[in-house]
Write a protein that binds this ligand. Structure first.
Ligand code: SF4
Length: 328
């Protein structure tokens, strides 16, 4: 099929330093399957311009699992989930240090310490702060914390403990938010992202696509994140987990997943755009194309689901002619 010049014109506009309009962004997500590889080619030009052939690796540690009082419909750790997952309070520090050593061996750029729950208690925060200080004195990578909604002063405390970035996903659009969560609001999430920014910590915030939202919701999410000027954007593809309210939701195909990734690249040309959970399930054999749009991936397992073997991802990166970007 002949390439539609529209996508090239759109990428030229981004490369010239202009933003694309919401209606152009909607055209990306609503394009046909047959147009998708042309869109990916143009998104790849943008990725190459800002990130060349570099790939950042992120590694997650689920430091506290399950037992969450919130009701996020996509999450296996929520109070409404019947998923069979491991549930445990905050891991002993030796286990966290071991995971950090493993991450360093895998050349990760950012080690992500994640804890389930609505927000951290003061005791939990103090514990995490001490662990992060220790890790930062031993390892040469960035540390991201993901501990839920923050109260006044908590972001500043994390900053003083050496946290480089804080993850708090908006997850979906303002309009659709109440469909996936009833125990906190979209505004609560925005507030935490702003607190993080004000404390001088890097902001990591993204979403999950394929939860039943419409295409406009995905566009709205991309622009909410633009308004917040977030530094790093993980794009998750819903992994429907048995026992969760969204376990029967199946809305994605590999090409649709690539259109979503391209949307975020066109709207956030310079962002550290990450292919996050669900990539193995939804991008399948097209994962290398995903990495031509995004510039970072999670290596290893996710919070409660298995990921690709690290060796397979490292091979993919090498086969693409890409190189791993060190944090320092
Ligand atoms: S707050 Fe976090 S851990 Fe709790 S249900 Fe929501 S996503 Fe899951």
């Amino acid at each position: 099929m002949k390439d539609n010049p529209f996508w090239q014109v759109l990428a030229d506009k981004v490369l010239a330093g202009f933003s694309i309009s919401r209606s152009d962004a909607f055209q990306i997500v609503s394009a046909s399957d047959s147009e998708t590889l042309s869109i990916v080619e143009q998104a790849a030009r943008i990725r190459e311009h800002f990130w060349q052939n570099r790939v950042r690796l992120y590694m997650l540690l689920n430091a506290k699992s399950g037992l969450c009082p919130e009701d996020c419909g996509y999450c296996s750790q929520s109070r409404d989930s019947k998923a069979s997952i491991s549930k445990y309070p905050f891991l002993p520090e030796e286990i966290v240090f071991k995971a950090a050593e493993k991450a360093e061996k895998l050349q990760v750029h950012t080690f992500c310490l994640v804890a389930s729950g609505r927000s951290p208690t003061e005791k939990e925060l103090e514990n995490v702060g001490g662990i992060i200080k220790e890790i930062k004195s031993r390892q040469r990578f960035k540390v991201c914390a993901c501990l839920g909604l923050l109260k006044t002063g908590q972001a500043e405390f994390l900053k003083s403990s050496g946290v480089d970035t804080y993850n708090h996903n908006l997850n979906t659009s303002r309009r659709f938010y109440s469909q996936i969560c009833g125990t906190h609001t979209f505004e609560d999430r925005i507030r935490t992202v702003n607190q993080v920014k004000e404390a001088g910590i890097g902001t990591c915030s993204g979403g999950i696509v394929g939860m039943g939202e419409d295409l406009q919701d995905a566009v709205d999410l991309a622009y909410e994140l633009k308004d917040l000027r977030v530094d790093s954007i993980p794009v998750n593809f819903l992994h429907p987990i048995e026992g969760t309210p969204l376990s029967k939701t199946r809305e994605l195909s590999p090409l649709k997943a690539l259109r979503y990734l391209s949307l975020f690249r066109f709207v956030h040309p310079k962002a550290d755009l990450r292919i996050a959970g669900g990539r193995e399930l939804h991008l399948r054999s097209l994962q290398p194309l995903g990495l031509r749009v995004a510039n970072s991936i999670f290596i290893g397992d996710y919070l409660t689901t298995k990921g690709e073997l690290p060796e397979a991802d490292l091979q993919m990166i090498q086969d693409l002619g890409f190189v791993i970007e060190a944090a320092f």
